[in-house]
Design a protein around this ligand. Structure first.
Ligand SMILES: *Cc1c(COP(=O)(O)O)cnc(C)c1O
Length: 394
């Protein structure tokens, strides 16, 4: 091998030795929530298509019909990439979230790495939950602000950090950043307390509702709406890629923040706009969501049903309160072996290992969707029971 590539190879081998090597699996999508791999059927417990909107006929038709506008937007939003469809979707999303304005981004990842460096920079302070999503962490790093990580959901620790951080210059900005539903733990941020601290200590508050939007709160409006904190939270980020079954993301907040992001968020400015097909499909997904709010309740009911089943068997599901249910294993190698054993039982559950989660906190992570029937979930719990016993987890 080319000597210049040997270092890369060695690093890969090291990851492999620690059982943290990652590989792609090709999925043939069929009817939700089952799919096939090499012709074999699996119950899918690892999808974020929580409401089945990715395969909803109305959404598919909307995308197909929008190809008449072309397949690509052809330019960034500030050049010639803004169409009436984009404006319509942003107006609808603002209304959905109960905020003045909304702004589309091409993904949740790009939204987070754009918003944070726009809001704060060198000399400013960020306070970030230790279990925040990687895209938020990358946004914090890119901003060059001083970043304080506080222990997961620990309001007292956050308050201490805020009270100890003296203002070094008059224009210094403070920003608190948190997921609302944590993506690997399925628990909820203590948002009312965090919002109160932000007001008390003059900090902006940016929250990531990637797994909350479409899944919790009134009509799937998220945790901010559930707690009625629209006035307290400066700006929210939600994806169109999870419960909304599509691609892209949006932030929602006051007009001044949206105008500010249009001018300063580099990942908004310097990238091609979402294509009309995606925007039209997102509009249809939003329509469907607004017409079938009971789907949102169904996700949470099914999530609670599945979680209870696992807890009664003695599995450790951490502090999950949502449709995201972690099953703690700790050791990476064992987690991989358990995922393989579950696959033999016809369950597709992904092993989540470092660096996605902290060292020695490897886990299986199950996501419950509205399309899972109780029979599907009983089948899954029984398979977990057999495998859990075999591996001495219960
Ligand atoms: C998935 C996810 C993102 C990234 O969203 P994409 O649209 O997939 O780029 C950001 N934040 C959280 C919490 C997520 O779970």
């Amino acid at each position: 091998m080319d000597v210049r590539l040997q270092k890369l190879q060695r690093r890969l081998e090291m990851v492999q030795a620690h059982h943290n090597y990652r590989q792609l699996t090709t999925i043939t999508h069929s009817t939700e929530p089952w799919f096939t791999i090499n012709g074999q059927p699996f119950l899918n417990l690892s999808s974020n298509n929580y409401l089945g909107l990715a395969t909803h006929p109305d959404v598919q038709h909307a995308a197909a019909n929008a190809t008449t506008h072309g397949c690509g937007a052809g330019a960034s939003r500030l050049i010639t990439g803004t169409t009436p469809l984009h404006q319509q979707l942003e107006a609808r999303l603002a209304q959905f979230k109960g905020r003045e304005r909304a702004l589309l981004f091409t993904s949740g990842y790009t939204a987070n790495i754009g918003v944070i460096p726009a809001l704060v920079g060198s000399g400013d302070l960020i306070f970030s939950d230790a279990l925040n999503h990687a895209s938020l962490i990358d946004g914090c790093r890119l901003s060059r602000a001083t970043c304080h990580s506080y222990p997961h959901c620990d309001v007292a620790a956050l308050e201490q950090l805020l009270s100890q951080s003296g203002q070094t210059h008059q224009n210094q900005q403070r920003l608190v950043v948190t997921d609302t539903v944590f993506s690997m733990d399925g628990d909820l941020a203590p948002l009312a307390d965090i919002a109160r601290l932000c007001q008390q200590y003059d900090a902006l508050l940016f929250v990531d509702e990637a797994h909350a939007t479409g899944c919790i709160g009134p009509g799937g409006r998220g945790l901010v709406a559930h707690l009625g904190l629209e006035e307290e939270v400066t700006v929210t980020m939600s994806t169109l890629s999870k419960a909304l079954g599509n691609m892209g993301a949006f932030v929602a907040g006051p007009t001044v923040v949206i105008e500010y992001l249009i001018n300063f968020a580099r990942s908004f400015i310097f990238t091609t706009a979402l294509p009309p097909t995606v925007v039209a499909a997102a509009l249809a997904a939003l329509d469907t969501l607004e017409h079938t709010p009971q789907q949102v309740q169904q996700v949470q009911q099914r999530g609670a049903f599945f979680r209870r089943g696992l807890q009664e068997l003695g599995f450790n599901t951490l502090a999950s309160q949502t449709h995201i249910v972690p099953i703690m294993v700790e050791d990476s190698a064992k987690t991989l072996e358990m995922a393989a054993a579950l696959r033999e039982e016809g369950l597709f559950v992904v092993a989540i290992r470092p660096p996605t989660v902290a060292h020695d906190t490897a886990r299986l992570r199950a996501c419950v969707m509205a399309s899972h029937t109780e029979d599907d979930l009983i089948y899954a719990v029984e398979a977990f029971e057999r495998v859990g016993r075999r591996f001495g987890l219960i």
